[in-house]
Design a protein around this ligand. Structure first.
Ligand code: FES
Ligand code: FES
Length: 178
């Protein structure tokens, strides 16, 4: 049986340059989970509909189940939830989710908080409509949207009072709808 061709790639993962050799069909989600043992991003639908696999690529949230690992370039910067573990804004967001009881089974939460992070980096004082819009690509099968949206508003208020830095790249929400 012929061996599968492996493609060499190099990119920045959570602030560190990494290299790998990947099969042509491997997704970024598979790469971070299997090769780098970063398991916060989850595989829900595997086809770009649920947002459980959300990571940041060059500061923009993407569904990592749709991104081919082989397409990563040396200038690409991928950040998973693990890479934001000590980020003050992410810590504030996670505390707000807990305080509001927004976590039920928890499966959607890693992807959800990545979208919350992107929102609050780009819109430090989001409207209720912006909170909904920026999380529209994240599905919660436990249907905890109201508490999640309340948690994001709480995190925004907490971040503002603690003077956490804001202002990130391109404030475009994803186009998926739920
Ligand atoms: S697993 Fe990627 S969008 Fe559902
Ligand atoms: S908390 Fe269960 S899927 Fe969202």
């Amino acid at each position: 049986m012929p061996t599968q061709e492996l493609i060499p790639i190099r990119f920045a993962l959570n602030g560190r340059t990494v290299e790998a050799r990947v099969p042509p069909g491997m997704t970024l989600l598979e790469l971070v989970r299997r090769e780098f043992r970063l398991t916060a991003a989850k595989e829900g639908c595997g086809k770009g509909e649920c947002g459980a696999c959300t990571v940041l690529l060059n500061d923009q949230p993407i569904n990592s189940c749709l991104k081919l690992a082989a397409s990563l370039r040396p200038t690409d910067r991928v950040v998973t939830l693990e890479g934001l573990a000590d980020d003050p804004l992410m810590v504030t967001i996670q505390k707000a989710y807990v305080a509001e009881g927004a976590v039920q089974c928890g499966f959607c939460i890693p992807g959800m908080v990545m979208s919350s992070y992107h929102l609050l980096r780009t819109h430090p004082q989001p409207s209720a409509a912006q909170i909904k819009e920026f999380h529209s690509g994240n599905l919660c099968r436990c249907t905890g949207y109201a508490k999640i949206e309340k948690a994001v508003a709480k995190a925004a208020a907490a971040a503002a009072t603690s003077g956490q830095p804001a202002g990130g790249p391109a404030p475009e929400p994803r186009k998926e709808t739920r």
